[in-house]
Ligand binder design. Sequence first.
Ligand SMILES: [Cu+2]
Length: 212
Amino acid sequence: MANDPVCGMQVDAREAAGKSEYGGHTYYFCAPGCKAEFDQNPTNYAKNSVAGHKRRKRGGHRRRLRLSPWLIATPVVAIVAAIVVAFVLISGSSGTTEPASEVAGQTSTVSFTVEAGDDGAGNNSFFDPDTIRGKAGDVIELVVTNPGSVSHNLRLSGPDKKYGTGDDFESEPFAIGPGETGRAVVKIDSPGTYPFRCDFHPALQVGTLVLS
Ligand SMILES: [Cu+2]
């Protein structure tokens, strides 16, 4: 088994959804979204960064956190590390908790919390609620919590209701690890029903944003 360097899931190399060569190493991915993310920023994920992928600050300045493989193999230590990382993020030494609550400089006026979880073994991933109702034109913050055991994210199809076309809204961080919280800030001006999904579990973990 290999580890998907983006979301940290275990991937059987023979059944991987994609692979990339980087720095003389082969990486396997559970989903096309993970491969695309890796290919854009391989240095963020290559070697030793499996569980430690911790993310971009606003303004393009990147924060990197590399954990050695033994940490990943030792859940207790990994949990402690995650708590430390969360503390560092919350304590304000990073820009990550700055109001991601804006779209083009606008502050969100409505906030919804969505669970992106699984059954505790990485299966049956879900969003709860899987239908969110808001108003077209509002700047809406989606707070995405992950009570599950593997990484999830939330990608909202943009105004065109299609994924991967450049107008999507994506949670930040891209991969929300177990116990972590991410955010997406959304603004769509036309009423309608807009699908969202987890890029790591795109077939199963889906929902809709209904804007009136
Ligand atoms: Cu997921």
